[in-house]
Design a protein around this ligand. Structure first.
Ligand SMILES: [Zn+2]
Length: 268
């Protein structure tokens, strides 16, 4: 058998979705968009394009209405797909109801073949900005030391690097320096995935790619001084991960013919 074929079989397809901002009732809107409708359109699109997904990671702000029903509806739907899925909390989520992996507020390492995805909680109760507790930073360091033979993906909700957008950067991960300090000790960290900023971005720092992903609902305008919505469509990120640690990634957006986006909204 040709080596390339063999390699291809081992390639992993991992999906990142983010900022679903789901309500507890299907007919409720968030910033004049129906988050349930756009979420399901995204999920349908990714299943059609990628029938063999290894796992789905949700990088937070799962709920706009953070009540148990919202999370239960999400979990029931995701269970019906038969694809392993994981989620981390965002600033809009409620810790007491949020289904963080195993319901434990600690750093988790999810092994998928030669890759390990690390789940961090950057949400701070009652705050929009992010902060990773010292205890989690220590757990992160320990897990990284234990997974030196794996290719690493780090996930958190908040953006560690600035987005060149004043209002969004006020709400960034405030202790990203201590976070990046740990990264310097390891050469196998390939990327950091996050949401929160409701837009696509790519940054490179110390050979680590930092990627944000569009919301499955409303988008924020890139590089804006003040809060502003963007007319780009809801979307998701796909990652193609190879055994040797190389990867490719792209964003897909759904067809928005039937979506209405009100760009006049001035805050949320
Ligand atoms: Zn959000």
């Amino acid at each position: 058998m040709a080596l390339t074929e063999n390699n291809k079989q081992n390639d992993l397809t991992v999906i990142q979705i983010s900022d679903t901002h789901l309500m507890n009732k299907d007919n409720l809107e968030f910033l004049q968009m129906n988050p349930s409708a756009t979420f399901h359109a995204v999920m349908k699109d990714l299943q059609q394009k990628y029938p063999h997904v290894n796992s789905i990671f949700h990088t937070g702000d799962l709920a706009q209405a953070p009540v148990p029903e919202t999370y239960e509806t999400y979990i029931n739907f995701m269970n019906s797909l038969g694809i392993p899925y994981y989620q981390i909390p965002g600033n809009h989520d409620k810790a007491e109801f949020f289904p963080f992996h195993h319901n434990q507020n600690q750093v988790h390492a999810i092994k998928i073949g030669f890759w390990t995805v690390i789940l961090l909680n950057s949400a701070v109760k009652g705050q929009v900005h992010g902060w990773i507790e010292d205890e989690q930073l220590q757990q992160l360091d320990t897990l990284l030391a234990e997974h030196k033979d794996q290719h690493i993906i780090i996930t958190c909700h908040h953006h560690p690097l600035e987005m060149d957008s004043r209002w969004i950067d006020n709400h960034k991960l405030k202790n990203s320096e201590s976070f990046c300090e740990i990264f310097k000790k390891y050469s196998n960290i390939k990327m950091v995935l996050f949401g929160h900023v409701h837009q696509e971005s790519i940054n490179l720092w110390n050979n680590i790619h930092f990627y944000s992903t569009p919301s499955t609902c409303v988008q924020f305008k890139p590089k804006s001084e003040q809060f502003a919505l963007d007319s780009s469509a809801p979307g998701y990120r796909v990652l193609h991960l190879k055994e040797d640690g190389t990867f490719s990634t792209e964003i897909h957006r759904i067809d928005t013919l039937n979506l209405k986006i009100n760009l006049e909204i001035s805050g949320y």
